[in-house]
Write a protein that binds this ligand. Structure first.
Ligand SMILES: O=C(O)[C@@H]1C=C(O)[C@@H](O)[C@H](O)C1
Length: 145
């Protein structure tokens, strides 16, 4: 019996493949989605993969995940560094949430070194390129079995 996990993506991640490939790589978000679905299949996880440039969508999807998933991997993009609303949405649900980043945010600009959502998350995976998402799926599998 497969379990559902939400993989949520925030602003500008729709631009993957075109956006600063030296930092984010050449894969498109569709490529990352396909990789997540494939890895999820191997892990017995059904992946519900979504992206929005709008903070409120991500808040609503976190609420939905709290009712309809066993856990969440979220790359909140720039909202990582600014959003009390996403922090509070994560606190409002009981399923585990893992913060994900393609880049190592701690090796980049100072303003990326602080996450407003990490204190509400189960853990953080960053710096492994798109593989960060796959590692998060493995982590969700291990903590929800
Ligand atoms: O590495 C990433 O996936 C994150 C993606 C973004 O869009 C940035 O705003 C974050 O600072 C880093």
């Amino acid at each position: 019996m497969s379990k559902t996990v939400f993989v949520l993506n925030g602003p500008n991640l729709n631009m993957l493949g075109k956006r600063e490939p030296g930092i984010y790589g050449g894969k498109t978000l569709k490529d990352v989605e396909a990789d997540c679905i494939s890895a999820g299949r191997e892990l017995g996880l059904d992946v519900d993969f979504r992206q929005s440039n709008h903070e409120g969508d991500l808040v609503s999807w976190l609420h939905e995940a709290g009712e309809h998933s066993v856990g969440v991997a979220i790359n909140a993009g720039a909202y990582t560094h600014t959003s009390v609303a996403l922090h509070d949405a994560i606190k409002a649900i009981t399923v585990p949430v893992i913060e994900v980043h393609i880049s190592n945010v701690h090796a980049r600009e100072e303003f990326r070194h602080h996450s407003k959502i990490a204190p509400a998350c189960k853990g953080v995976i960053c710096g492994f390129g798109p593989t960060s998402y796959i590692l998060a799926l493995h982590a969700l599998k291990s903590i929800t079995d």
